[in-house]
Design a protein around this ligand. Structure first.
Ligand SMILES: Cc1cc2nc3c(=O)[nH]c(=O)nc-3n(C[C@H](O)[C@H](O)[C@H](O)COP(=O)(O)OP(=O)(O)OC[C@H]3O[C@@H](n4cnc5c(N)ncnc54)[C@H](O)[C@@H]3O)c2cc1C
Length: 453
């Protein structure tokens, strides 16, 4: 089988698993190892078409992979009937249309690469992920990635005009629309967005670009409670006419972890229980110094640090960027709750968690502007991580039950992958489940694409 595949695509595109960089075979959280029949690196849409047709003939399945930064085990190929298709070699910026504010990029482009190309024209693709140098466009689209700029620019879904891809029977699809308005029949791009490679393989996409901001302000605010934090968001959105690029939150415990591991100083006066980090976009012709008094007044907060230069803003944001890397073993939750329900959600959940595991240490941070919290749980001090991690199913259940009671989402931006696929069966509405099963049945009746999801 391997030989046939090599003759079909060429030995420079088809590899035994042991011959590739082993990082491609281990998921980001170190929970799964891929053991595929082969790892294929396509160079073109035509390569993908030929590969999928070969898989149909040989009854093999295909697991697509981008930068392998996903956090739910979605890009893992297990078993000798599965092929891991890594898109990193399909990484050309095909065209950039500055006047249309559109770029057409291949699935293996990193966000950094796309933004370098757009930046040369004073533009950018505003999907804000801290792994911009590693994650790849196909993975971003397949997970409908979120990140720190969703408040102003929406999820990946809102930034895609069209896609080029390959369907489960090897049919190539060309839909690289370059206009924001296109109501011609079904929007087939949506079949590829957020479906984690289970309905089709993405080979390229046309993306919306926006202006590269040159005049920004970042502010850190110490807050006593979430009611104040959410009212601050509403005030800022109102007073800047929605020009708030991002509005992030860190609990004191989360911030202290970064301070402890990275030895940094935080420029706030108090040890407030919550810390907000926000970035505001100003028109180019406004001097930030001039808006400062009015801005400080409108924050109505005592404990504030403002950064105006690029360098100072990067320093202010450093603890938020570092947070994902300093937590150690934890039970991870990526949840969203409507902002109006967030204070009561947190209060109830914290009480229940403390009752279930006295001394449990929630590390809460995330995209407050979207109601999206990374609500991670660390063991009580002195408890072995393995003992604590054994309780993951009950503790997830506790958190998700509260999320559902508060009309939220149990996976706000990371998707389902292998880790959450069963939860979906448990928490999704039966009508929604029925619709997704029917779509899958039509698009991929033999479960050829990412079959474990
Ligand atoms: C430190 C850190 C911070 C993160 N922050 C965020 C964040 O703020 N917001 C957020 O949303 N995510 C975040 N993530 C998760 C992750 O980076 C994103 O989900 C990202 O979009 C995944 O892209 P990838 O290229 O690495 O995809 P992969 O991990 O390679 O794949 C993800 C999924 O997409 C499918 N896929 C990949 N390529 C294709 C393709 N060409 N066609 C069809 N399906 C495909 C895979 O099969 C898999 O199901 C973070 C991850 C890390 C490690």
């Amino acid at each position: 089988m391997f030989q046939k595949l090599t003759s079909l695509l060429g030995s420079h595109k088809v590899f035994e698993p042991q011959a590739v960089d082993q990082a491609w075979l281990q998921d980001q959280r170190g929970r799964f190892t891929s053991t595929p029949l082969a790892v294929v690196f396509p160079h073109s849409q035509d390569d993908v078409v030929r590969l999928v047709r070969f898989c149909c003939d040989q009854n093999l399945s295909v697991v697509p992979q981008g930068g392998n930064t996903g956090l739910v085990g979605g890009a893992v190929a297990g078993g000798d009937r599965q092929i891991l298709v890594n898109f990193s070699q399909m990484n050309r910026i095909r065209a950039l249309y500055p006047q249309d504010r559109v770029v057409v990029a291949e699935a293996g482009c990193t966000l950094l690469q796309i933004n370098d190309a757009a930046g040369a024209h004073g533009l950018r693709f505003p999907l804000g992920l801290s792994v911009a140098d590693r994650c790849r466009l196909g993975g971003n689209i397949a997970t409908n990635a979120g990140g720190i700029n969703v408040l102003r620019h929406g999820m990946t879904r809102h930034l895609i005009y069209g896609v080029e891809g390959v369907l489960a029977d090897g049919t190539p699809l060309h839909h690289l629309v370059r206009v924001p308005k296109n109501n011609v029949g079904f929007d087939v791009a949506q079949l590829f967005i957020g479906t984690e490679g289970t309905l089709g393989l993405i080979t390229a996409a046309s993306l919306k670009l926006v202006s590269l901001p040159q005049n920004t302000l970042s502010v850190m605010v110490g807050c006593q409670d979430l009611v104040f934090a959410t009212s601050l968001l509403h005030r800022l959105l109102g007073e800047t006419a929605d020009n708030v690029e991002s509005f992030e939150i860190m609990s004191r415990e989360a911030l202290d972890l970064v301070v402890q591991h990275r030895g940094i100083a935080v420029p706030l006066k108090t040890k407030a229980p919550w810390v907000i980090l926000t970035q505001i976009i100003l028109p180019h012709f406004v001097n930030p110094q001039q808006v400062l008094p009015a801005l400080t007044e409108s924050l109505k907060a005592d404990d504030v640090a403002v950064a105006m230069t690029q360098e100072d803003q990067e320093t202010l944001w450093y603890p938020r960027r570092e947070l994902p890397w300093v937590q150690g073993p934890s039970i991870k939750n990526d949840v969203a709750v409507p902002l109006s329900e967030l204070p009561s959600f947190l209060e109830t959940t914290q009480t229940l968690l403390a009752r279930a595991v006295p001394g449990i240490r929630p590390i809460i941070f995330g995209h407050l502007g979207d109601g999206n919290l990374h609500y991670n749980l660390l063991p009580p001090l002195g408890q072995a991580p393995e003992t604590f991690l054994d309780q993951a199913p009950q503790l997830h259940d506790l958190v998700y039950t509260q999320v559902m009671r508060h009309h939220g989402s149990i996976s706000a931006e990371h998707g389902l992958g292998r880790i959450k696929k069963n939860l979906y069966q448990q928490y999704a509405d039966s009508g929604v489940l029925s619709a997704t099963q029917r779509i899958k049945q039509i698009m991929d009746p033999h479960h050829r694409l990412n079959p474990e999801l």
